[in-house]
Write a protein that binds this ligand. Sequence first.
Ligand code: ATP
Ligand code: MG
Length: 334
Amino acid sequence: KPRIFSGIQPSGGLTLGNYLGALKRFVEKQDEGIETIYCLVDLHAITVWQDPERLRQQTREGAAAFIAAGIDPKRSILFNQSQVTAHAELGWIFNCIARMGWMSRMTQFKDKAGKNSENVSLGLFAYPSLMAADILAYHATMVPVGDDQKQHLELCRDIAIKFNNDYKVDFFPVVEPLIEGAATRVMSLRDGTKKMSKSDPSDQSRINLTDDADMIAQKIRKAKTDPEPLPETLEGLKDRPEAKNLVNIYAALAGMTPEAVVAEYAGAQFGTFKPKLAELSVAKLSPITTEMNRLMKDPAEIDRILGQGAERADAIAQPILAQVKDIVGMIRSR
Ligand code: ATP
Ligand code: MG
């Protein structure tokens, strides 16, 4: 029986990129009736410094965003990672399976560490092996993510295969990334070569789920573009990363293909297209923002939902972790 796992870091407020590349698709998968487990990955978030009070706030806000976007905590399991200890425990075992060389080829690590890799946390380096543990602790086989996580999912496969080979078992399944739709990689509004990220220092680079209508309109109006009008066909967006990004965002929000968007706006100037995009963004995001704000008035209720989700997640992960310990040769006598 297929099982889906995915997560989002409470490392800041959620962005339009997180919504289109991940959250919106989490909801679609839930609504298809697949067993879905979704997680606010706070252990991942602290691989870079997080102020404790803000981490708590961002975790609750993330949970509120999930629910506001359509995650039903009865149908999906929704929790924060640190409440289920199997993640950290299996993550350690995978640290002993994964190779330094594999990890050092991860582009997310290279991007986040920058030139100063001597001074980043060891956790940032080990991030992908914890991510493999997140997924494999549930024997999940399908993982909806944005395009930037493809390499980490390949590494997750490598870890599963090496574990199975090293211990001569057929225990961990092969994991499939689900990277689908028109917005698998939403780009920064300021730089068409960089992905939109919640941790980008520039707030102008992204649309946050908490931005109001004026802010969204202002950010889209100021978004970097070239001076050309929209082309007649998709071909004409080649080598125009900023223009392509706005078309892809429009397509994903409208539930259209990028081809259909280009056909509709062929020859239009950005002065025409941008206000339409802003209007569409506000129409799609403002109901989520309103519901998030309502949910955030009752943080105790959010914590209760996360706790109940964690209990259900734990009930799936513990027996799997127990089997892993048996396979590895660890005594379990209590
Ligand atoms: P951070 O900057 O802290 O890494 P982030 O915005 O990259 O934050 P993550 O929590 O790392 O968000 O990723 C959560 C999910 O959102 C992942 O599935 C990731 O692939 C997806 N995602 C992140 N950014 C984008 C983007 N720009 N376009 C599409 N999907 C994205
Ligand atoms: Mg990220």
